[in-house]
Design a protein. Structure first.
Length: 300
């Protein structure tokens, strides 16, 4: 049986928990609903995946290499509320306290670190990426799947290549960046090409294969599958299309030092229970240390 590596897109999971659960306040008066929801998600995921290695990956504050490429990258995002920011800052220590490795690197987003780790993992390791976003679906391959959180924080869908192809009308995971090149991504302020949504982008990439092949066809005066207006806009916004593909592409190579033996998840049930009790989640802690332990459903 292959060992499994679980990569947690931590910022995404905390964001989802923050919006999925009602506000909670701990004994010290601090907001803790997103922390609690993130832990529920974490326990649910590890119960299902049963990983040997676990890494919680975080975004680093400040600009990334994408901002150098496009200064308007993520410029339209509203500032995150302090109640959310404060809980994101708490999560690295919470994960470490449960025996989970934590990674972040200045200049890189969590998705990029996840891309680098999943690419560099041995073929003998099955990688599962847990995220509330679909951006990471481009990383799916023979040895990498994505556990995409759906409703609330405890439900998810496991995407392999077959599921991704079904979602994108037969296109494989590596074509998602071509779709993004045309469609853009409003959440990250990736421009795309004016007037082209996901359905049209999928149709165009199914016809031409990639934006490189698309523009090669346009240069040769081909492109019968396009309307005159589409052809005109695509030619006018060629630079935007290639910029958008670059911005949407997750890094897979970097000078990140990786030692997978550091990521072994050596969980201690009682230690986890004590940590949960210390941060004010007594009912959850009882699943690990109290009388309810016998009925523990989380097979860690």
């Amino acid at each position: 049986m292959k060992k499994k590596l679980l990569l947690l897109d931590a910022n995404s999971i905390v964001h989802r928990a923050f919006h999925a659960l009602p506000p909670l306040v701990d004994k010290e008066g601090s907001q803790s609903g997103a922390v609690y929801g993130s832990l529920l998600a974490f326990f649910s995921i590890i119960s299902e995946i049963k990983p040997h290695y676990v890494v919680a990956v975080f975004d680093s504050p400040g600009k990334t290499f994408r901002h150098k490429e496009y200064k308007e990258y993520k410029a339209h995002r509203p500032k995150a509320p302090e109640e959310l920011v404060s809980q994101i800052k708490r999560m690295p220590d919470v994960f470490r306290g449960m025996g989970v490795s934590v990674l972040a690197k200045e200049g890189l987003e969590a998705d990029d670190i996840i891309g680098i780790l999943s690419t560099n993992a041995s073929s003998r390791i099955e990688t599962v990426i847990a995220s509330g976003d679909r951006d990471v679906l481009q990383l799916v391959n023979e040895k990498t799947k994505v556990y995409n959180l759906k409703r609330g924080v405890k439900d998810g869908v496991l995407y392999g290549k077959e599921e991704v192809e079904k979602r994108y009308e037969g296109l494989p995971p590596e074509k998602i960046t071509d779709i993004k090149a045309l469609e853009g991504d409003s959440s990250d302020n990736i421009p795309g090409v004016s007037g082209i949504g996901e359905k049209t982008a999928i149709k165009i990439i199914k016809e031409y294969g990639s934006i490189e092949d698309l523009y090669n066809a346009l240069e040769k005066g081909e492109g019968s599958a396009l309307s005159d207006r589409q052809r005109e806009i695509l030619e006018e916004e060629k630079e935007k299309a290639f910029l958008s593909k670059s911005l949407a592409t997750i890094k897979k190579k970097d000078s990140l030092k990786i030692k997978f033996s550091d990521f072994i998840f050596e969980h201690d049930q009682r230690k986890i229970g004590k940590l949960l009790k210390d941060i004010g989640f007594s009912a959850l802690a009882e699943r690990f240390t109290g009388e309810k332990k016998k009925n523990l459903k989380l097979k860690l």
